[in-house]
Design a protein around this ligand. Structure first.
Ligand code: NAD
Ligand code: ZN
Ligand code: ZN
Length: 347
């Protein structure tokens, strides 16, 4: 079968021919229907050999941590699934036994690292292939009649902001303001989630006009150019108070500085992007009682909730479709900042 793999440190992903896998006991083989292209893949492929090895990533690595498919074959002992079921893959795989996993928060599994459990596409073979193995039926959520290509990215670009926003919901009542920094794959879904689950006013920041236009289209009340004047612009839009929650989907030094500068008293400052920045906080440099959060992905039940938001028409992903053969082009477009919403690979 064909797969899109990262084969050599510092190289670009390439389409290769590999053997079709077969499911072991408890595993499920999916015929992949869609795979989303995330900026985190870029991050992984930007690591030095030392960092890559230290993180435990294998080479070659079949990319794709946003996946959807049709159940093709069931491993021994798998129940409650049938051949032909349409499913989405819950990516942050955990042990299934620890306290966090018991709550469905496998993204915060405390055994995964020690047991070498890694997400598909970020360690285990991912969804950018004609077929993929899912380690447990527990990691599949029924798609029902949701279109897999339109909705596959909800497994990360939807789930990650949903988890971040849900945590901050108590601070997002009527009359409040939320800031979304970076309106790409995650950010443009975050805006819709904020509009769907809260009464907050949404201010979106990005570095180019097309991305800001998309932000407006999907529900941002205001857009602001993400530059040195952004904090003042946010303060002006909020009568000097600042934002009650800031979600930074870039995570670079300047955006983290903006996030901290724009935060109101008692605000949540949530850094989702892994742009290599550092928060400089101390008495007098950040609003009183502000909270800093660094979340990772989301829980199994939150994925079910995000898919429900799509089902009720409240959240939708703006997608650009690529074939598996054109997969490398999707990564080129992402690196060049030319993806509007999310690139999705359809094998
Ligand atoms: P993306 O490339 O689709 O979107 C990033 C957006 O940020 C683009 O619209 C870009 O124009 C904009 N941007 C770049 N520099 C900016 C700046 N200085 N100010 C404002 N906007 C700027 O990326 P994505 O796939 O949405 O991922 C966003 C980030 O979140 C990445 O760093 C990714 O690795 C990370 N991520 C984290 C988690 C997690 O669990 N914490 C999960 C998924 C992705
Ligand atoms: Zn991702
Ligand atoms: Zn666990």
């Amino acid at each position: 079968m064909k797969a899109l793999q990262y084969t050599k440190i510092g190289s670009h992903p390439e389409v290769v021919e590999i053997e079709k896998p077969s499911p072991g006991p408890g595993q499920v083989l999916l015929k992949v229907t869609a795979a989303g292209v995330c900026h985190s893949d870029e991050f992984v492929m930007s690591l030095s050999e030392e960092q890559y090895t230290a993180a435990g990533y294998p080479l070659p690595l079949t990319l794709g941590h946003e996946g959807a498919g049709i159940v093709e074959e069931l491993g021994e002992g798998v129940e409650h699934l049938s051949i032909g079921d349409a499913v989405a893959v819950y990516g942050p795989w955990g042990c299934g036994r620890c306290r966090n996993c018991a709550q469905g928060k496998e993204n915060y599994c405390t055994n995964a690292q020690a047991e070498g459990i890694m997400p598909p596409g970020l360690g285990a073979p991912g969804s950018m292939a004609e077929y993929m193995i899912v380690d447990s039926a527990r990691h599949l959520v029924p798609l029902g009649d949701l279109d897999p290509v339109q909705n596959v990215s909800l497994t990360d670009a939807g789930l990650t902001p949903y988890h971040a926003i849900k945590t901050s919901l108590p601070k997002l009542g009527a009359g409040t303001t939320a800031v979304v920094i970076g309106t790409g794959g995650l950010g443009h879904v975050a805006i819709q989630i904020l509009r769907a689950v809260s009464a907050t006013t949404v201010i979106a920041l990005d570095v180019n006009d097309e991305k800001l236009a998309l932000a407006k289209e999907v529900g941002a009340h205001h857009t602001v150019m993400s530059d040195g004047g952004a904090v003042d612009a946010i303060r002006q839009l909020t009568d000097g108070l600042g934002a009650n929650a800031v979600f930074d989907f870039v995570g670079a030094d300047p955006t983290i500085a903006t996030a901290i500068g724009a935060a109101a008293l008692d605000a949540d400052i949530t850094i989702v992007g892994i742009g290599g920045g550092t928060a400089h906080v101390g008495f007098g440099t950040v609003a009183y009682d502000a909270t800093l959060r660094i979340p990772y992905w989301g829980s199994r039940s939150e994925l079910i909730e995000v898919l429900d938001l799509a089902r009720s028409g409240q959240v939708g992903v703006e997608i650009q479709r690529y074939s598996l053969d054109d997969g490398p082009k999707a990564y080129e477009a992402l690196a060049a900042g030319n993806v509007r919403g999310r690139a999705v690979i359809v094998p």
